[in-house]
Design a protein around this ligand. Structure first.
Ligand code: AMP
Length: 286
């Protein structure tokens, strides 16, 4: 495994690769590090489909608001490199922020549809930061394939749109969410949870599952079902930001009743103490 700490070294490697091995497939796994089994599953899937796997580890300042957790975000490079190596990663790209963004960097990439609701409504500028770094990584690595977790479904739809709208020749894969045995979706932010919060945290996914079941079986509209579930979570110590059912992949229209052959995203974001957790279920009725 080779670790590139500088953009220039990665670019030199990529240029040489294009000259010497133009037919071999490059797969990109973008992450912010503090790697866990969810990230490992992305590497594993790329290993199966590509000749060389590039893992990027970069806590992207552009996607954090001033009042968010950029400073506290866990950074564990030594453990990350170990896991990356165990998973068979070929290249790790681990740059510094000043290398990625020059002091006069002033560009932001804005998307006007799928990034507007859900997390986009509560984290101003977040998806501009995500789209900007992902496009930069695409340019630097020039992958044939890129993989993103469906745990961040809105991000997955955003990057799919980026590829489509900007005519990028990259195949995107959406990977299923890896969970703890009690249902909690793995996340680098789970390590912020104190023992009591960790005990409560699985309720987030349980609520999604309950809501999903009721959406399939009850005659009540989604607005009423989700309202009840949201109140239940709030009375159990969560502060729910949103619990919504939207048509996917546009994420524009809130719906009250599921229809056949349509895709939906049932998504939640909630604070548990100071930790913001997100999760979702993708729904399609055949
Ligand atoms: P992050 O480091 O949190 O920015 O995540 C990097 C990538 O890993 C993103 O594509 C995430 O959607 C994906 N990811 C994060 N958590 C999980 C999980 N529990 N299961 C599968 N993929 C995940």
């Amino acid at each position: 495994m080779i670790v590139f700490e500088e953009k220039a070294d990665l670019v030199a490697w990529r240029t040489q690769w294009a000259e010497t091995k133009p037919k071999l497939k490059i797969g990109l796994v973008p992450t912010m590090g503090a790697l866990h089994a969810g990230h490992a599953s992305l590497i594993e899937q790329m290993k199966a489909q590509c000749d060389v796997v590039v893992l990027s580890i970069f806590v992207n300042p552009l996607q954090f608001n001033p009042n968010e957790d950029l400073g506290q975000y866990p950074r564990t490079p030594a453990e990350d490199f170990k896991l990356a190596q165990e998973m068979g990663t070929d290249i790790v790209f681990h740059p510094q922020a000043h290398d990625i963004y020059s002091p006069n960097h002033s560009f932001r990439l804005t998307e006007h549809l799928v990034s507007q609701k859900l997390c986009g409504a509560f984290r101003k500028g977040h998806f501009e930061g995500v789209a900007t770094i992902v496009l930069k990584l695409f340019h630097l690595v020039q992958p044939h394939l890129a993989i993103f977790g469906l745990k961040d479904a809105q991000q997955f739809f955003l990057i799919s749109k980026l590829i489509q709208d900007l005519d990028l020749n990259i195949q995107i894969i959406g990977a299923p969410t890896i969970r703890e045995a009690d249902g909690l979706a793995l996340s680098s932010r789970n390590r912020y949870l104190n023992p009591e919060e960790r005990r409560k945290a699985p309720l987030l996914y349980q609520t999604l599952c309950n809501a999903h079941e009721k959406l399939l079986s009850s005659r009540d509209p989604a607005s009423s079902i989700l309202g009840t579930e949201k109140n239940m979570l709030n009375s159990n110590g969560f502060q729910v930001q949103y619990l919504e059912l939207l048509e996917a992949p546009e994420l524009q229209r809130q719906v009250d009743y599921l229809e056949k052959n349509k895709n939906y995203l049932l998504a939640i974001a909630a604070f548990l103490g100071k930790t913001r957790l997100i999760d979702n279920i993708l729904i399609k009725i055949a």
